[in-house]
Ligand binder design. Structure first.
Ligand code: ADP
Length: 350
């Protein structure tokens, strides 16, 4: 069942199209991340779903009903923001119960719902404290309990983990996913952090300049980027993008670049003479950064390329050294240079 539908959704601020004709569907129980760089329209999109902004055009349906004219407090959408926005003068208990009080949920239901939400988040022992006596991680769990107590149709998160320290962020990420697995509440999760999006979500919607570029599982985005933007955004470092003629750009992942391969390599598609600039050691792997001269019409411009090598390979390159970087046809995605779109495999010469 589809819980949320965005239909040709638009939001303009003067001449800026913050959200530009977005079509999207979330199925029941799904965890979807909206991923894009700063200023790409993520928050605007989310604020329209929550009812904090009205669309310039298009429609938003929750369970098949348009909610565009429904005020936020009457949408059964629970939001968790970057700043947890707990009420400082209230205890944890009153913070969590607040959505029930403000929505006039009968009092006899409060205790059971409070208990369920607090035990799921493990904050039962904090009920009498004020928010300023809580750690960042505890505040986040209380904010989640407050969102959960409403039993919402839809959870909307706006970068909920970005205020946390890096150390507890990865644990908070795991907890969030566990919570989702327990509750199966349909979730829309906004982030600029691809590690969060790829690690948490069932599907990721990549947005840039207000437009959706691709919606897919993390594996689909990584293995089959739909266009040059996604290819150059997903992955750390992202795909090497190498112009191979006037109309086509070849994309290849750093781990698929073969450096000075020994023996014959089959189906060579990319073959670059590279000057190593530096080698970066990352514990489990090395990144070899280099400059290459592309075969194509790059107007003599040098091309930056990166190869990823396993830690066990102990590369002995030094800066300035020349090497060969080779890509096989099976590992290459081709894109149309003008439109940025992926070329269908059938169009591509073997
Ligand atoms: P993100 O959440 O991806 O960082 P936003 O949705 O906040 O992006 O912003 C998308 C675009 O809309 C940006 O260019 C931003 O400057 C513009 N924008 C957002 N809110 C407003 C506003 N209230 N008034 C004018 N421009 C806005």
């Amino acid at each position: 069942m589809t819980v949320l539908t965005l239909r040709a959704l638009e939001k303009h601020y003067g001449s800026i199209k913050a959200v530009d004709h977005v079509d999207l569907q979330l199925e029941s129980g799904e965890f979807m991340a909206i991923l894009g760089p700063s200023g790409s329209g993520k928050s605007t999109l989310m604020r329209m779903v929550a009812g904090l902004e009205s669309p310039t055009a298009g429609d938003i349906l929750v369970d098949g009903q348009s909610v565009v004219n429904v005020p936020p407090q009457h949408r059964n959408v629970a939001m968790v923001f970057q700043s947890f926005a707990l009420y400082p003068h209230m205890t944890v208990r009153d913070n969590i119960l607040f959505p029930l009080v403000s929505r006039k949920v009968p009092k006899h239901e409060h205790e059971a719902r409070l208990n369920k939400a607090t035990s799921m988040l493990g904050v039962e022992d904090l009920l009498d404290r004020r928010p300023n006596r809580l750690s960042g991680g505890q505040q986040q769990r209380v904010a989640l309990a407050r969102a959960l107590v409403r039993d919402p149709d839809l959870f909307v998160f706006d970068e909920p983990l970005s205020a946390l320290d890096a150390q507890i962020r990865s644990r908070a990420r795991a907890e969030l996913r566990e919570l989702h697995d327990q509750t199966r509440i349909t979730t829309l999760y906004v982030t600029h952090d691809q590690v969060e999006a790829m690690g948490l979500a069932d599907r990721v919607a990549v947005i840039n300049e207000g437009r959706l570029h691709q919606v897919g599982t993390p594996q689909e985005l990584y293995n089959d980027p739909a266009d040059l933007f996604v290819a150059g955004f997903i992955g750390n470092p992202p795909m090497n993008l190498i112009p191979i003629n006037e109309t086509t750009v070849a994309g290849i992942r750093p781990e698929d670049m073969l450096v000075d391969p020994e023996g014959d390599v089959s189906n060579v598609f990319i073959d670059l003479a590279v000057t190593i600039e530096h080698i970066e050691y990352l514990g489990s792997e090395w990144l070899a950064h280099g400059q290459a001269q592309s075969d194509a019409d790059t107007h003599g411009q040098e091309l930056h390329v990166i190869a990823r090598l396993p830690a066990s390979s102990h590369p002995d390159f030094v800066s300035g050294q020349k090497c060969r970087m080779v890509g096989q046809r099976k590992d290459v995605c081709l894109f149309d240079r003008a439109s940025g779109k992926r070329q269908a495999r059938a169009e591509v010469p073997a």
